[in-house]
Design a protein around this ligand. Structure first.
Ligand code: G6P
Length: 608
């Protein structure tokens, strides 16, 4: 949720921290702040709102001097988003400043205890207890103070601490929230995400839960929970700084929509070798594969909707029962799971708290876990038995686009791979689908090109306050993601309904002028969907159809039309979602919404 960053070097820290916060702002944008140590004192600047407000207030950091510091961009959990609750938080004696991502679950008890000991709290946050605990436990040895403090904390946290000690010391600690160290030359860093590190270094260390690190300009030392030094491997980040910049687009979301054909290619092509699908980290024996009697897909948000597409495709090709479960529900159910269950966990960030909890719960019951994840080295990637990475590159816009389509791409490949391994697909079909996979980047590009004028349509339809999405089978799965895109970024009430269910309730809401987006790409049920169009039109609805570009029948019936290129049927969602993403984007733009940073949302939901 929140983003944290830290710097220790021999140049001014504030500008580096503010730049880092800009790159982490997708994680939360209720307030931003930095604390920098100048050797004499810790100087803090923090303000409600975007990082740009902090940059303005500090003249891009020029007002805050010092070579070591920490920064924070917030998605509020405890306490309103205001200047006082903004991080960093200082200890009473001003010796420690703290930034935090996560939730300290026992903060109320700690706050009471510390208050009784005479500590004065200034904010409503859970984080402030950490600053006071450090003060309480500090007796000249910072390492001990960190360990004693960590031992008192329950919940999830990645913490950055700057300590007024010598010329300023920098610490970072991790427990169930992402934290990555960056190794530079004469300076070192930490951040919640590599996006803030790549402008400076591609050499990173992923901290594990319970570990903490001390950073100086010359180096860094990592310790385990007992204070013993740990030798950590250094990893190389695979992408360049440009990948996390807008590259001339007005918004990250638009850039990421346009990147989808290339991301599909990057995800799919390296896994087709000699016309066969090869998953290097998912090579079960025939016996292991045949023992799988059901598949559960679990995820949150769009990743769950990618799973909905996957369900149709896997069941169709593999004839193995698949259910899709919201991670936030699955984690608290008493699910029927054993060694014969394959759990597919989908997550762009690899850090979503509910998804992690569902994974752990199912794993403890014996499920074999396959993760489909975008962020290398993330928690979900580490916890799973097998990982298939989507190679979408950094996704910055809060509303996912390329994350979703690359997840669907992996699920499609997985369905083909499993069907083949299970002996449920003939070689002719296999070859045809492999050829079709190679064609998909071109089809996705055509979906973009065909819908370049969606902007005009969006302008005309942007006044609607509620929009219904209907479809059947895979069209219905895509409706869910299309409706979510629209509601996330335009704040229009938008909901997906299985077209056949309309008459059991929702049609009561349809009236003169209601907008019904109808997805009609799934050929076997096309006539049924056409009947649903008739039903809603008979009640005065306006229909925006999403259908194959050459489908004349629907053009004559619908009021407006978003064309989709024809593809191999199971791959249609990959092309079909693109006009809906563009429609959501331009409707939100027309309504003046902050597209990359929608209100109340955050990209990486690391708290429950
Ligand atoms: C948030 C994001 C969504 C995303 C969901 C799951 O709600 O705004 O775009 O689909 O989290 O995130 P994950 O990183 O697990 O895919």
């Amino acid at each position: 949720m929140c983003g944290i960053v830290g710097f220790s070097g021999t140049r001014e820290a504030a500008a580096v921290l503010i730049d880092g916060l800009r790159r982490l702002e997708y994680r939360g944008y209720d307030s931003a702040g930095i604390a920098v140590c100048d050797g004499e004192r810790i100087n803090v600047a923090k303000v409600k709102g975007y990082v740009k407000n902090l940059a303005e207030m500090t003249h891009d950091g020029a007002d805050i001097r010092g070579f070591v510091g920490i920064g924070h961009t917030r998605w509020a959990t405890h306490g309103a988003p205001n200047d006082v609750n903004a991080h960093p938080h200082l200890s009473s004696d001003g010796r420690f400043a703290v930034v935090h991502n996560g939730i300290i679950e026992n903060y109320a008890l700690l706050r009471q205890e510390l208050t009784e000991r005479g500590y004065k709290f200034l904010s409503d946050t859970d984080t402030e207890v950490v600053a006071h605990l450090l003060e309480l436990y500090y007796a000249g040895d910072m390492k001990k103070a960190i360990m004693k403090t960590a031992a008192r904390l329950e919940g999830s946290y990645s913490l950055g601490v700057v300590c007024l000690d010598g010329s300023g010391r920098l610490f970072a600690m991790r427990e169930q929230s992402p934290l990555i160290l960056g190794l530079g030359v004469g300076e070192n860093y930490f951040a919640s995400d590599v996006a803030a590190l790549v402008p400076h270094t591609k050499n990173v260390i992923y901290l594990e839960d319970g570990e903490f690190a001390e950073l100086t300009p010359e180096g860094m030392t990592v310790y385990d929970v007992t204070g013993h030094e740990v030798k950590k491997p250094v990893s190389r980040v695979a992408w360049d700084v440009e990948a996390a910049e807008k590259g001339g687009y007005e918004h990250f979301m638009l850039k990421e929509i346009m990147e989808q054909p290339a991301c599909f290619k990057a995800t799919v092509e390296p896994r087709i070798k000699n016309d066969r699908i090869v998953f290097e980290d998912f090579d079960l024996t025939d016996g292991e594969l045949k023992s799988i009697d059901k598949i559960i897909i679990t995820a949150c948000g769009s990743a769950g909707y990618a799973g909905q597409v996957g369900r149709y495709v896997i069941e169709e090709l593999c004839r193995v029962p698949v259910t899709v479960e919201l991670a936030s529900e699955l984690r608290y159910r008493n699910p029927i799971i054993d060694e014969k269950t394959l759990l597919i966990v989908i997550s762009q960030s690899g850090e979503t708290a509910d998804t992690i909890a569902a994974l752990k719960e199912c794993k403890s019951r014996g499920a074999r876990v396959l993760a489909i994840v975008n962020v290398v080295g993330s928690t979900i990637a580490k916890l799973a038995d097998h990982v298939i990475y989507t190679w979408a590159g950094p996704e910055i816009a809060v509303a996912t686009t390329k994350g979703y389509t690359t997840q669907v791409a992996v699920l499609d490949m997985l369905a083909i791979y499993l069907a083949d391994r299970l002996g449920r697909m003939d070689s002719v079909t296999y070859e045809r689908l492999i050829t079709a996979l190679h064609d998909m980047p071109g089809k996705m590009q055509r979906a973009i090109d065909l819908n370049r004028n969606v902007k005009k349509l969006a302008k005309r339809l942007s006044h609607h306050n509620d929009i219904y999405f209907i479809g059947r089978n895979m069209d219905y799965a895509v409706c869910m993601e299309g409706a979510l895109k629209l509601k996330e970024i335009s704040y229009i009430f938008a909901e997906a309904y299985a077209a056949g269910e309309l008459k059991h309730g929702t049609i009561a809401l349809v009236e003169q002028g209601s907008l019904v987006v109808t997805l009609a790409c799934y050929e076997p049920l096309f006539d049924k969907t056409m009947s649903n169009i008739e039903e809603v039109k008979a009640r005065g609805a306006q229909v925006l159809a999403v259908a194959p570009e050459d489908n004349k029948k629907i053009v004559s019936k619908a009021d407006d039309f978003l064309p989709v290129p024809r593809t191999e049927p199971i791959f249609t969602p990959l092309a079909q979602i693109i006009p809906l993403q563009l429609f959501a984007y331009y409707v939100a733009k027309e309504r003046g919404c902050d597209i990359d940073k929608p209100k109340n949302l955050a990209k990486s939901v690391t708290v429950e």
